[in-house]
Design a protein around this ligand. Structure first.
Ligand code: VG1
Ligand code: CO
Length: 558
């Protein structure tokens, strides 16, 4: 029998969850009681439900995941949690956690990830709490966790629980007069079973293997040394019969092999080059925790996430899960408006929420939202309450199996039907914080001054007139909660748009994001960087971005 020990502690500053959980350098989490404080704050924020509850725990395999799983086991035991479901070796993708919470009706889960941020002792770690609906905790809950962390005085722990997380099976412990159970689960099984319900696997399999009518469809799936490796192997190799050569970097590594596990044209350059130089019809990459996806076609034809969302929306009926009907569609505010046109054509409700997946959950729970996405390589549906990288790749393959077209042909057909929203995003990573904050407040002051709306701006051969200029705010239509200051937005009379935000997922300095979106009804086959050049120049000029960031060029262009 083990006893509960109450340990005195002092609060740390800054345990404020950002866009998606608390993310800091590993060394910050290694400070004495830093992690314990935050875990106890999560449990205290759920005080009424915690005794006798079940929680799911797992992470993306990065450095520190195993040690923190062990702490969570001991602190959960100390706080009267009845059962933990833990991924073997601490491994669970973010969408898999969301699914497990929903399937086993737990009160929530704790996800150990800093997502697309690099891992290893000198890089990032993160802790995120998801609620009973499987989704990231809403602002109300994360604010409560933060408030508790600012005054925390003690945490409760059972130090002498020794739980082996390497073996699948149930381990039972006696904690004072209660039983505490840890079930170590196969991280992949439930998730793969669910994918087989959602999609027509035989159909995808015959696409990949080819038939009398059609040559094999060659794919390359890149897990970027992140958590999706084991999921990708089970789905593509075991279930869909793909060859070893169709998957790459499928062993989760603590430092992601030194890679930046962010599936975009810059950080997933290996995949882009392999597809460009090889004989592949389709490429996909996922981020560290498996919720993001990048889709490319033959010759590395790039599908912007905003277009990906619109194309999937338009073909959703090809996926068995949606045969019962599609409810509404949604995107985050900075995401290009391509999907809005599909919603209109299909007569569906369309929502525009702030950046961050937590804002989609209420709409899904209310039965008003089926498919949603973000420009930041996030796509997902109401099958779980997180974005889901592998799901997106399977959705694309399902659509391609029916359409009998290449990725490029499908996109070009889409643009001819709906017109094209040209989109680009510029990221200026890890800039000095103070000047960036100043840039944002100065820009907001200017944008909201009298005379800015209606003003005209020349750039290249174009003239833009401001129609709307605001700091985006959102009222949740379900619970009427309000999120303020979600990004500076300038919309021009021709419908084109520039958006400025500071990232809420970085662990140091400030990352500035600039989003540009412009619609063309007919001229749909241009190059986005060329088409958007006047608008980009204007956006840089309006914010004086070069001056404040000290950067001539962005770190990443999408
Ligand atoms: C970024 C993206 C946002 C996404 C968030 C979490 O946030 O812009 O769209 O939801 O990351 O994604 P920010 O605040 O840095 O812009 V993940 O895959 O890092 O959990
Ligand atoms: Co992620």
């Amino acid at each position: 029998m083990s006893g509960v020990v109450t340990v005195n502690t002092n609060p740390y500053e800054g345990q404020k969850p950002g866009t998606s959980g608390l993310r800091k350098k590993v060394k910050v989490f290694l400070q004495e009681n830093y992690t314990e404080n935050f875990v106890q704050s999560i449990l205290d924020a759920n005080k009424d439900a915690i005794v006798g509850s079940t929680l799911v725990v797992g992470g993306d395999g990065r450095y520190l995941v195993k040690e923190v799983v062990d702490k969570i086991i001991k602190i959960s035991a100390g706080n009267g949690v009845a059962k933990l479901m833990v991924g073997q070796n601490g491994i669970l993708s973010t969408p898999a956690v969301s699914h497990l919470i929903r399937k086993y009706k737990t009160i929530g889960g704790i996800i150990l990830t800093a997502s697309h941020n690099p891992g290893g002792i000198n890089n990032d770690f993160g802790i995120k709490f998801n609620c009973a609906n499987g989704g990231p905790a809403p602002d109300g809950t994360t604010n409560r966790i933060y408030d508790i962390s600012t005054t925390i005085k003690q945490y409760k722990i059972v130090p002498d629980i020794a739980c082996d997380i390497t073996k699948v099976g149930v381990q039972k412990f006696k904690v004072e007069d209660r039983e505490f159970v840890v079930e170590i689960i196969d991280p992949v099984q439930d998730y793969v079973d669910y994918m087989k319900e959602i999609f027509d696997f035989p159909k995808i399999k015959s696409l990949l293997q080819g038939s009398d009518q059609r040559p094999p469809f060659k794919i390359l799936i890149d897990s970027m040394n992140g958590v999706t490796g084991p999921y990708v192997r089970r789905v593509f190799i075991t279930e869909l019969g793909a060859s070893e050569g169709s998957v790459t970097r499928t062993t989760p590594l603590e430092d992601f092999g030194g890679a930046h596990p962010d599936p975009n044209l810059t950080y997933a350059a290996d995949l882009v080059n392999a597809v460009k130089n090889g004989d592949y019809d389709f490429g996909a990459a996922f981020d560290g925790d498996g919720d993001r996806n990048m889709i490319i076609g033959r010759d590395a034809f790039f599908v912007t996430p905003s277009d990906s969302l619109a194309v999937l929306a338009n073909h959703l009926h090809h996926i068995p899960y949606f045969r019962g009907g599609v409810r509404g569609l949604a995107r985050s505010m900075p995401t290009a408006a391509a999907v809005d046109r599909v919603a209109q054509a299909m007569g569906l409700e369309m929502f525009q929420v702030p950046t961050g997946w937590k804002y989609f959950g209420n709409l899904m729970d209310a039965g008003r939202l089926s498919l949603c996405g973000e420009e930041s390589f996030g796509t997902g549906s109401d099958h779980v309450r997180e974005k889901d990288g592998l799901w997106a790749a399977l959705a694309w393959l399902s659509v391609l199996a029916v359409a009998g077209k290449s990725v490029r042909e499908l996109l070009e057909q889409h643009w001819r039907q709906f017109g094209r929203n040209y989109f680009t995003r510029y990221d200026y990573e890890e800039c000095p914080s103070d000047p960036c904050n100043e840039m944002m407040s100065e820009l907001e002051r200017r944008m909201t001054s009298p005379g800015f709306v209606g003003s005209t701006h020349k750039s290249g051969d174009k003239t833009y007139t401001v129609e709307v200029a605001d700091n985006f705010s959102y009222m949740d239509p379900v619970d009427r909660s309000v999120a303020m200051k979600q990004g500076l937005r300038i919309v021009f009379t021709d419908g084109s748009r520039v958006v400025y935000r500071l990232s809420g997922t970085g662990s140091s300095g400030a990352t500035v994001r600039l989003y540009i979106d412009s619609y063309e009804a007919k001229d749909v086959l241009g190059d986005a960087q060329v088409m958007l050049k006047p608008l980009v120049d204007l956006a840089l000029e309006l914010a004086q971005l070069r001056k404040y960031t000290g950067r001539d060029a962005p770190t990443v262009i999408t």
